[in-house]
Design a protein around this ligand. Sequence first.
Ligand code: SAM
Length: 288
Amino acid sequence: MECNYYHQPVLTNPLITHFSLTNQACIGDGTVGFGGHAEAILSQWPGICYYGFDKDAMAIDCSKNRLAGFDHVHIERLPFSRMIPWFRDRGITPTHLFVDLGVSSYQIDQSQRGFSFQRNEPLDMRMDERDPLTAATIVNTFSKDALRGIFCDESGISHPDRLVDAILHAREAAPLVMTSDVVGLVKRVAVVRSRQRFISECTRVFQALRVAVNYEMNELTTFLNDLTHCPGVTVAIITFQPNEDRRVKQCIRHNGWQAVSKKPFMASYHECKKNPRERTAKLRIFTV
Ligand SMILES: C[S@@+](CC[C@H](N)C(=O)[O-])C[C@H]1O[C@@H](n2cnc3c(N)ncnc32)[C@H](O)[C@@H]1O
């Protein structure tokens, strides 16, 4: 299969440098995506057993295609919350586990699933289209309290209550079906004095919806809890949101896991200029 989609991986250098890999390693990559990190790792250590997982069908096809030239690669469509049980059921003991949270550039720019407020697309946002919950279902059917839970909890949205009221009011007249419907409501309720602030506000609203549609905090929590059954495994986690990084940091501290460094690895100013997605990325590496 020809794959014309693109995603530039973030923080590849610190990952390669500090993940303590050898040719004898067995990696579980819970978010293999377009195989960028996988290819960088396998190019350096071609003897590694590499198990890649992802929820997105396009990511699965593209990573299979990209990694076809390496010997010990297995790709599976599965949420990463089920990665550790998947290994356990097969009697496989991974030495390294890796997750690179969030969305790929393909999902934002090309998937036409409504991940970006900059494109007018159906309000979907599912990474796996077999999942029942879409962003449209959330905004059109969730109760006021449930919507407040999504937009008020740690989302950083400036006027979440106003947004929730606007959603409830708008959907009485007609269901919200396109991304532009939500952008229109943000425009109406957010008191933003600059285009930059408006962009940040829309980004937060769309992020909060995406996190809810894809159960992203539950996925991370389940994965972190399962790590307690994997003594000795070395783990690398890339997060893009402060609340995700906080959860990882607290978990490392709470369990007394051995972190490679106290502070997360982050991209330099120049790296962020080349790849703006790196701006908020944080990488933590630790041994369970
Ligand atoms: C930032 S991209 C990963 C990019 C990848 N490291 C690369 O180098 O191409 C995030 C990927 O994680 C996937 N994803 C997000 N949440 C997931 C989950 N809970 N389980 C499995 N895959 C998930 C998305 O479909 C997306 O392909």
